[in-house]
Design a protein around this ligand. Structure first.
Ligand code: T46
Length: 133
């Protein structure tokens, strides 16, 4: 299985719900960057890359979408919705997000600051690098 989830604890009371994510505890890496993806237009597919070193955890806090994960040999599809869990996006996993609902909000915790040189954006190059281990 290349699909890996981190369980999040749903905290809440009669006022509503709360989920806390603690760096190095809830997710197993130090978080240097947080970004979020929202307002994705209907029919859009995004991602189309793998990271060389970056570790990430993706949480859907509203709505839903799907993500295809590909390690160069196996492809899996994960469904993201607002249940309390974070999807691991490890290095050398080609990923594509799609089927965004209108209200989909994805929060991504990342182990490093933004660095375009960490991206592999060409699928053939990804397959070659993945084959070289
Ligand atoms: C990923 C998936 C899940 C920045 O300047 N700083 C940032 O921290 C990020 C994440 C992006 N950008 C710029 C780079 C592009 O000009 O924002 C623009 C959109 O990024 P991109 O086309 O890479 O978006 P996605 O949705 O294809 O990919 C993003 C992340 O970039 C990527 O790391 O794993 O979400």
């Amino acid at each position: 299985m290349i699909t890996k989830w981190y369980d999040l604890q749903l905290l809440g009371d009669d006022r509503g719900s709360l989920v806390a994510i603690e760096s190095t505890k809830t997710i197993p890496f130090e978080t240097k960057r947080v970004y979020y993806i929202f307002n994705t237009k209907a029919g859009i597919r995004r991602g189309f890359h793998a990271h060389k070193e970056l570790k990430q955890a993706m949480v859907c806090v509203s709505g839903s979408c799907k993500i295809e994960l590909d390690d160069g040999q196996v492809k899996e599809i994960a469904q993201l919705d607002a249940s309390p869990k974070a999807l691991a996006i490890d290095p050398m996993i080609w990923h594509e997000m799609y089927d965004f609902s209108e209200d989909c909000v994805l929060i991504v915790l990342a182990s490093e600051h933004y660095d375009e040189s960490d991206y592999i954006r060409n699928y053939d190059s990804f397959i070659k690098e993945a084959a070289n281990g």
